[in-house]
Design a protein around this ligand. Structure first.
Ligand SMILES: Cc1ncc(COP(=O)(O)O)c(C=O)c1O
Length: 425
């Protein structure tokens, strides 16, 4: 495999911002704005890097669809051998439509409905991660009605703080996730699963949060999981898999690819000779830095004490800055001039929270100029909405020198066509 540029998005010799050498200006001219552009080459390379960093352990990788569920992205990763980590019946349908083998699908999430559990059992997926006694009972009943055995892993809560943004922390007992391993709650439930005629216990799962940049919380969580799994095995219970979730953080400042080596070494060290099969659910670390949101300037407005760059993408296209105060670098797609001062890059939506970046040093800009909101490949398009009746941006992916349309921008007509008006006459 040829090594790509350290970042999938870089400037060519003339200063044009490109995706793997293809100018973003050309893509914007052909496909419009706003537009998500993914580097398929970069996603593929990062997936391969992840898989090879974990080669030393007996594990399977399930790409977390919640981070980017474009069918084209899932299908490309499935082609690389990836499975899918899903959190809804909708994502189940996506994984199946993209060609992920059912046995390579893991179903996570705290609130799976009866219909979703039924659909997962009908599809014959490999693993359902249950998060409560009530859910275990529901899965058992639904499996009994179908005359099948449900492969169920128990998501446990190991009470480890992941040291990330509060809204993406899932590892502490104060969150809604998992069953606590303290006070026998999880052990009792696992014993119950083992005794259940409709459940085949698949093991244990943990996921402590997302955008975790320090390895220490992973080490503490994995050690607790290993300890707990080992104690269940010592009782004679089958615990085939320890599913380690996702959560590896990325460099939003510079967009450089994540080095998975240290993570792989940590996993190998913690689980050396443990005899557990391992599962991984990376999302962000595979796609975040392999996508940008292209947008163009509509107006420049000089406020009392700041410049507002009003662009045609908004919080309905990329919610992360509004939801998490997340930082995305913003660059001009043409060779940029010298910075002339700070600006807020804002969308047209009627909310003060509708911004893509604040107080950014930017060059002189004018209407029609293209900008790229960097590192937007994860938790970007998947969170889009049609707020203000704005059709969410389309998505394209550049792979092996070809730009593929993954999703057309929706249209106002298609949004209105989903609705009906009662007859008031
Ligand atoms: C259960 C589970 N697995 C995997 C992931 C993916 O996490 P990340 O995108 O941080 O790798 C998430 C994200 O929240 C999750 O909830």
């Amino acid at each position: 495999m040829t090594e790509l540029h350290p970042s999938a998005f870089y400037r060519d010799a003339s200063g044009q911002l490109t995706v793997s050498g293809m100018p973003l200006a050309e893509i914007a001219a052909a496909h419009g704005s706003p537009l998500y552009v993914y580097s398929g080459d970069g996603i593929r390379q990062d997936y391969r890097r992840f898989a090879s960093a974990l080669e030393a352990v007996d594990g399977t990788v399930h790409f977390a669809l919640k981070s980017n569920s474009a069918l084209g992205v899932i299908a490309m990763l499935a082609n690389e051998g990836a499975g899918a980590d899903i959190v809804s019946g909708g994502e189940l349908a996506r994984a199946l439509a993209a060609g992920v083998p059912p046995k390579k699908i893991v179903f996570s999430g705290v609130g799976k409905s009866a219909d979703e559990i039924g659909a997962a059992l009908d599809a014959g997926i490999g693993q359902i991660n249950a998060e409560s006694p009530q859910e275990v009972d529901a899965i058992s009943q639904i499996a009994a009605a179908r005359g099948v055995m449900a492969p169920v892993a128990l998501r446990v809560n190991v009470d480890v703080a992941p040291e990330t943004h509060e809204k993406i922390s899932t590892g502490q007992r104060s969150t809604k996730f998992g069953v606590s391993i303290s006070q026998n709650e999880a052990a009792d439930l696992y014993r119950r699963m083992h005794a259940d005629a409709n459940i085949s216990p698949a093991g244990l799962a943990v996921h402590i949060g997302s955008q975790i940049l320090d390895l220490d919380p992973f080490e503490r969580a994995y050690s607790a999981l290993l300890h707990f799994g080992t104690s269940l095995r010592e009782e004679g219970l089958p615990v085939p898999i320890l599913d380690l979730g996702g959560g590896i953080g990325v460099d939003y400042e510079n967009g450089t690819g994540t080095d998975f080596t240290a993570y792989g070494q940590l996993v190998a060290r913690v689980f050396a000779n443990s005899g557990f099969r391992l599962g991984f659910e990376p999302g962000r670390s595979i796609v975040a830095n392999n996508g940008v949101l292209l947008t163009k300037v509509i107006y420049i407005k000089d406020g009392d004490n700041k410049r507002f760059v009003i662009v045609d993408a908004a919080m309905n296209d990329l919610l992360r800055p509004t939801l998490y105060e997340a930082h995305h670098a913003i660059q001009t797609i043409a060779p940029g001039g010298a910075d002339i001062g700070p600006a807020d890059i804002v969308g047209p939506i009627c909310e003060t929270g509708d911004y893509l970046g604040r107080d950014r040093m930017m060059p002189e800009l004018g209407a029609g100029d293209g900008l790229a909101v960097m590192s937007a490949g994860a938790y970007g398009a998947v969170m889009a909405s049609s707020y203000n009746t704005r059709p969410p941006a389309g998505e394209v992916m550049v792979l092996d020198g070809v730009c593929h349309v993954l999703r057309q921008q929706r249209t106002v007509e298609s949004l209105l066509a989903e609705e009906s008006v009662p007859d008031f006459s």
